[in-house]
Design a protein around this ligand. Structure first.
Ligand code: FAD
Length: 496
């Protein structure tokens, strides 16, 4: 399957090269400064340069590395070598498909350096870094400069500036960004709670009610008996946790403690904290349970629910095992797992405007993980999307956003918190950010039984809709479209 893909990619690259010379003359006066030669910075620089715009890409390596880096290559993958599932029935697989459709340089490099990994896309990280470093080095419109940037570059020197310095942005620059955006808008740690697909919750056990029936029933409640609660606490305390990196000093805010830290403080701590049962009655028994774990509606469509207070360092398989042991969550599907990282990120919904540019300084953009997207694929895709915005800005035009039926549109929805009800935290792309699709009526199977459409089939329909809508949108905004092999592969785990 991949060889056919490469063949089409080869012709696509030749087209790009042919177009490059023409574009170069069109906009040779524009210059964009890109700070950070990671995944977002490389994708963005190559998108701009391939569209004929001169780029100065500034990367601090080899003068300095972040605490997670081990090499001096550009686009370093600091941990796993996996870009996760390549199946379009998976939100991240669909995003990768869309990136390829629209000429992503990171996907080009990943496909060219892929190693066997079942239905996932994994790469040889050295070859991957070399491939991108070479693309950047050899591009006539990109000037690569090695500097530790301490101040946001001056817009007098360029038509636009894009900061892509990632989750471990060097301190002096992070301080300046905090100064520009306001300290409350730049965070240095994330504390993320899991999100569960509504359809996988057993609503015969979990019931909707707000404490003391105040307001609408925006919460869903999981009842625990005393025995269930004690077992749960024991599981959390014993569960395997991700060991913090040396640079991730365990400094937590009291209001946002990991669930395991609270459990370790005493067996009753959670029953008096996030799992307190006050103001809630289980309608099946008309009694107050010993403890209640609450879920909060994550989006207006109520298709996803956030586990309140469940930010955690438990390993993903442990989260699956322990949280699925809660009554009503036996079949839970986790759209996102909980995590706690050192992570420099902006409160994008208030710091970026509709055009995803800074509200504080004209011509200033941010891309990659620093915006609050999460993961290699999302950071790269964010670089690609911001490049389209910058290109429109250079032409003095507003950019029409991709529809929320597509993976790019869904990622943008997260950045704008459009219809998302929880507080803004970094997030992997997941189906809760997409527009829902109408359910099909039940149909008869070969045994004459009426069955509902499987979740996987519904997601494949969403993916097909996304491809159609993205293509129509790309035509409308004038982006070159590349058809990619239509096969889907078996789904793979969401783990990184
Ligand atoms: C420890 C760790 C492990 C991770 N593991 C994974 C994983 O396994 N899978 C996954 O999908 N995601 C992972 N992530 C999350 C994230 O996807 C990656 O960090 C990703 O590389 C982010 O891409 P980016 O382009 O936004 O930033 P980066 O790839 O970090 O690139 C930022 C670049 O900016 C440079 N820079 C920083 N400050 C300055 C400055 N002041 N001046 C000049 N240059 C500067 C850096 O040297 C770096 O090259 C991990 C994150 C961390 C911190």
């Amino acid at each position: 399957m991949r060889s056919r893909f490469y063949e089409s990619l080869h012709y696509f690259r030749m087209d790009l090269r042919d177009n490059m010379q023409a574009n170069k003359e069109q906009s040779s006066t524009d210059k964009v400064i890109v700070v950070g030669g990671g995944l977002a910075g490389c994708e963005l620089s190559l998108q701009l340069a391939r569209a004929g715009v001169a780029v100065k890409l500034i990367e601090m390596k080899p003068l300095k590395r972040t605490p997670a880096q081990h090499s001096d290559q550009l686009a370093e993958l600091v941990c796993s070598n996996s870009f996760r599932s390549d199946d379009i029935g998976n939100a991240i697989g669909l995003l990768k498909r869309e990136m390829r459709n629209l000429g992503s340089a990171i996907m080009e490099a990943a496909d060219a350096t892929a190693v066997p990994a079942g239905s996932a896309l994994a790469v040889d990280r050295i070859l991957f870094g070399e491939y991108l470093t070479r693309l950047i080095d050899e591009h006539p419109l990109i000037e690569l400069s090695h500097e530790i940037v301490e101040n946001i570059p001056d817009l007098n020197e360029a038509s636009a500036v894009v900061i892509c310095t990632g989750p471990l942005t060097d301190t002096a620059l992070a301080t300046e960004i905090a100064h520009l955006t306001g300290r409350d808008s730049l965070y240095f740690y994330d504390a993320i709670a899991p999100i569960i697909d509504a359809e996988s919750i057993n609503w015969d056990i979990v019931w909707r009610q707000s404490r003391y029936d105040k307001g609408d029933a925006d919460y869903a409640n999981i009842p625990l008996s005393q025995e269930e609660y004690y077992t749960f606490i024991e599981n959390i305390v014993q569960g395997e946790k991700v060991t913090p990196k040396a640079f991730e000093e365990a400094k937590y805010f009291e209001g946002c403690l990991p669930i395991e830290v609270m459990a370790e403080r005493g067996v009753e701590t959670l029953a008096h904290g996030p799992l307190k049962p006050v103001g809630l009655r289980d309608p099946r028994t008309d009694t107050r349970p010993y403890a209640v774990a609450q879920l909060r509606m994550e989006n207006q469509a109520a298709s996803a629910w956030n586990m309140v207070g469940f930010q955690t360092r438990l390993k993903y398989p442990e989260q699956k095992r322990i949280f699925k042991s809660l009554p009503g969550l036996e079949d839970a599907e986790f759209l996102r797992f909980g995590s706690i990282h050192r992570n420099t990120y902006l409160h994008a919904p208030s710091v970026l405007d509709e055009q995803l540019r800074s509200v504080h300084r004209k011509g200033l953009y941010f891309a990659g993980q620093i915006t609050g997207v999460e993961g290699y694929v999302e950071s790269s895709a964010c670089g690609q999307m911001i490049a389209w915005h910058v290109l429109s800005h250079l032409k003095g035009q507003e950019f029409t956003a991709p529809p929320c039926t597509t993976a790019f549109g869904a990622m943008r929805r997260h950045l704008r918190q459009d219809g998302v009800l929880s507080d803004y935290v970094p997030s992997n792309l997941n189906w809760s950010f997409f527009d829902p699709i109408e359910k099909l009526p039940k149909r008869r199977n070969e045994h004459g039984r009426r069955v509902k459409e499987s979740k996987r089939d519904r997601r494949l329909r969403m993916a097909i809709r996304a491809q159609e809508d993205l293509k129509a949108w790309a035509t409308q905004v004038g982006l070159a479209w590349q058809d990619v092999s239509p096969e889907t592969q078996a789904d793979s785990d969401a783990s990184q």
